[in-house]
Design a protein around this ligand. Structure first.
Ligand code: FAD
Length: 449
């Protein structure tokens, strides 16, 4: 690999990649636009906590930080669905196996563990407050916002959804990309702990208040608070432009939540509104000089809780392809994209459809009957069937395969609900067996390094 080897962005993808490259024996410089999050509070405007699942856990096992991460996560065993006016919300468990849980984790605490681990290799230098502006391949120079430059041989683009490295590939004619805005925005609020410091809601569940076209969700933090996010059409946020309108909206739609929440109007007014979009870039690399990963290549809307998990899975795949073809990096990058692109396109689609599942279907009796049957079939035929959510969250099966299998399973389940004389067990066992270890294995057993 031509040096200097550089990474733009020290988010989850960039900091994880730095560790993998250091393990390959490379010296790496990472340029990050923000201040060091281990020393400054820079949380505002970004999602505060995230759901970590198998595809993210496996690389964390690989690079030896899972024990530290385990100390800062809160397991969520299912969805707690708060239907309108329901005084006794019900837990819909995610799965039937012990490890079929997702983990609430602070974005910045997880990132800090990865930054520390990268630096502790002795091969990684991280330069903060260095915003990359453009990449000059002819002069082999990275140009930063402060007017400074740095030489590079190889640049890895882990610089998020608005990636300047991606812009440089587009300028070279190597990459095409058109933004796909969702038309729905989000706003984060903090639900404080109860007066005794405990969580006001069950911390071991992902809470959802589904309301058809929009929803509120909440994930617990270790300090007793919850990060609560409203997802709704852009026009809804535009209409919530006064204390009265905000109060009336929450009173009408989320009355049980609003009573728990002091300072609701103040938080809603002060906190930024975030935009949501899908990134489906094509052409992730340029020769052996640059390659994209994470949100820069394949950003997804957050409704499957997979953006970061997919980013980390891509980094792991990239590490494998580089090790397989160290002397032909252009080929390694091409193979990496060929493997990942159909799968990241699939999770982009599944993330959008999961929005509808979360905001509407979870209270639909037809959906609930199908999900109950799917879980029952999983119990009866664990080698052949697992619900789509579980294949995405609790396995490393390629996303496109999970999507295709789920479509075939959905046909069988719909047929057996429509006609009870259908031999559903025979149809399920006629499906090809699930790959060995997937999706039933404990993620901590899936790391191979
Ligand atoms: C509301 C919300 C909820 C989410 N929930 C989940 C979830 O539950 N589970 C999940 O897996 N994913 C979730 N995601 C998605 C997840 O946040 C992203 O997919 C993940 O952060 C991608 O990691 P990344 O490293 O590719 O990009 P980023 O996290 O965006 O990191 C990019 C880094 O590059 C830096 N940077 C940007 N521009 C430059 C520049 N010009 N020069 C230098 N540095 C630069 C940034 O400061 C940042 O540190 C959620 C996203 C949102 C918006």
């Amino acid at each position: 690999m031509k040096g200097p080897i550089t990474i733009a962005g020290a988010g989850p993808a960039g900091s994880l990649l730095a560790i993998y490259l250091a393990r390959q024996g490379h010296d790496v410089t990472v340029y990050e636009s923000r201040p060091d999050l281990r020393r400054a509070d820079i949380g505002a405007g970004r999602s505060i906590n995230l759901a970590l699942a198998t595809r993210g856990i496996v690389p964390l096992v690989d690079v030896g930080v899972i024990e530290q991460v385990d100390e800062i996560t809160i397991p969520m065993r299912g969805r707690m669905v708060h239907a309108v006016g329901d005084p006794a919300p019900e837990l819909q468990p995610y799965g039937i196996l012990e490890h079929e849980v997702i983990h609430s984790v602070s974005r910045s605490d997880l990132n800090a563990i990865l930054l520390d681990a990268a630096e502790s290799t002795g091969r990684v230098t991280i330069e903060f407050e260095k915003r990359l502006e453009r990449v000059d391949y002819e002069e082999s120079l990275l140009h930063f916002h402060d007017g400074s430059t740095a030489p590079f041989g190889m640049v890895f683009g882990a610089d998020g959804a608005n990636s300047p490295v991606r812009d440089s590939l587009i300028a070279k004619g190597a990459c095409t990309y058109a933004p796909e805005p969702l038309g729905h925005d989000y706003k984060e609020l903090t639900l404080p702990p109860a007066t005794d410091g405990s969580h006001q809601l069950d911390p071991n569940a992902l809470h959802i208040w589904p309301r058809g076209e929009f929803m509120l969700i909440a994930l617990a933090n270790p300090g007793g608070d919850f990060t609560v996010t409203l997802f709704a059409p852009t026009e809804t946020f535009e209409s919530l432009d006064s204390a009265e309108s905000i109060r009336a909206y929450f009173q009408a739609e989320f009355a049980e939540f609003a009573v728990l929440m002091p300072g609701l109007v103040e938080q809603f007014t002060e906190n930024p509104t975030g935009k949501l979009a899908t990134v489906r870039a094509s052409g992730w690399s340029f020769e052996d000089r640059a390659v994209l990963m994470g949100d820069a290549a394949h950003g997804v809307v957050p409704f499957h809780g997979q953006g970061m998990n997919a980013a980390m899975e891509s980094v792991r795949a990239l590490d494998r392809h580089i090790r397989a073809s160290p002397d032909d990096l252009a080929a390694a990058f091409g193979n990496y994209e060929a493997e990942r692109k159909p799968n990241t396109d699939a999770i982009a689609d599944m993330a959008i459809s999961n929005y509808i599942e979360m905001r509407a279907s979870v209270v639909d009796p037809d959906y609930l009957a199908k999900r109950a049957l799917a879980l029952d079939l999983q119990q009866r035929h664990p080698a052949h069937l697992s619900p789509r959510y579980n294949m995405v969250m609790f396995s490393t099966m390629p996303y496109a395969e999970a999507m295709n299998r789920a479509a075939r399973q959905a046909e069988i389940i719909a047929a057996s609900i429509a006609d009870t004389s259908v031999d559903v067990d025979a149809l399920v066992t006629a499906l090809h067996a699930l790959p060995a270890n997937d999706p039933l294995a404990d993620p901590k057993a899936l790391s191979t390094s």
